[in-house]
Design a protein around this ligand. Structure first.
Ligand SMILES: Cc1ncc(C[n+]2csc(CCOP(=O)(O)OP(=O)(O)O)c2C)c(N)n1
Ligand SMILES: [Mg+2]
Length: 307
């Protein structure tokens, strides 16, 4: 797993460096952008090595995860056993490779642990489980993350806590009826400590979300269910920072972010292509992808020497 070591050692902002509570400076955005690059390289390497994974959906939500974990949420390995910290539920659990990269960088486990992703006997399986440090809830059966988050937000309110509960759902995931039942509860209990984010990449497993099951107008639907709704470019670090700095959007209402993203963001031949939902890059595609992310020629020699 030379590449992971390589990435870790050469990334100025990797691992334990904390970036929460930074002022909103250009340097801060640059640091976050460097992290997105690190996470993209890592998740591609994980999928390439395991010969399995969800490439498109991991690349679309990785900037969201980056800004949440490195700017917005108060979640660290040190405070993880405490209740009055923020919580995160990865509802679109198939995109676990992006989460693994972020959690390794946050120090929940050593980077080397990722060498076992997808290997027989490893806890690092293809969907999130609570066997992995930093993961709060098993997910992967779509439609359940929001209900978990609503329950946690309600419990936090009842306990008089001041934390927030975040979740990212896929846009294809919205066809699950449980999403809308949970939404009714979120508004009924005035859960302004709930931050529900939709990764609106317009694709689901087999094609365009609107072709598989038309769900628009989403803003109107979520507003009708009682949310304060905001739109954002979900692959724009600065826009995400600006938006999440405004939480809660409206007192007494649950927060809903329609994050407009590109599935496969960052790699030209993966972007906006439905088959890349769970397609694994070939050796050539992997090398081209790394080059597109800006890995220099001599760095690729490290990649060539892998395994
Ligand atoms: C209940 C359930 N039904 C079906 C699946 C299979 N499945 C995995 S990913 C996926 C598509 C999800 O699309 P979307 O939510 O848009 O994810 P993204 O585009 O962000 O990858 C489906 C149908 C599942 N994981 N759970
Ligand atoms: Mg989608």
């Amino acid at each position: 797993m030379a590449l992971l070591n390589f990435i870790t050692h050469r990334n100025k902002y990797s691992n334990s460096e904390m970036m929460t509570h930074y002022p909103n400076t250009t340097d801060h955005y640059r640091a976050l952008q460097a992290k997105s690059l690190l996470y993209r390289k890592t998740l591609l390497k994980l999928i390439y090595s395991a010969k399995a994974g969800h490439t498109g959906g991991s690349l679309s939500c990785v900037d969201l995860l980056n800004v949440l974990y490195n700017h917005v949420m108060d979640i660290t390995p040190q405070n993880f056993t405490q209740m009055n910290r923020d919580h995160y539920i990865h509802s679109k659990g198939h995109a676990v490779e992006a989460l693994y990269a972020v959690l390794a960088d946050k120090g929940f486990f050593p980077w080397e642990a990722l060498e076992t992703v997808g290997k027989y006997g490893s806890n690092f399986v293809g969907h999130p489980t609570r066997d992995i440090p930093g993961i709060e809830q098993n997910t992967g059966a779509l439609g359940h993350g929001l209900a978990f988050a609503v329950g946690m937000a309600l419990a936090a309110k009842k306990d008089g806590l001041t934390n927030r509960i975040f979740t990212i759902m896929g846009d294809g995931e919205l066809v699950e009826g449980s999403i809308w039942e949970a939404s009714a509860s979120a508004a009924h209990y005035k859960l302004d400590n709930l931050v529900a984010i939709v990764d609106r990449n317009t694709l689901q497993i087999s094609g365009q979300t609107e072709d598989v099951m038309a769900m628009e107008p989403l803003e109107d639907k979520f507003k009708a269910f009682g949310y304060a709704v905001c739109h954002v470019d979900g692959n724009d670090i600065a826009a995400l920072v600006d938006l999440f700095d405004q939480l809660p959007f409206e007192k007494g209402k649950p927060n809903l972010v329609l994050a407009h993203t590109t599935k496969g963001k960052g790699i030209s031949f993966i972007e906006d292509k439905a088959p890349w939902h769970h397609k694994v890059p070939s050796e050539t595609e992997f090398e081209i992808a790394l080059r597109e992310l800006g890995l220099a020629e001599n760095d690729l020699e490290v990649v060539d020497g892998l395994e």
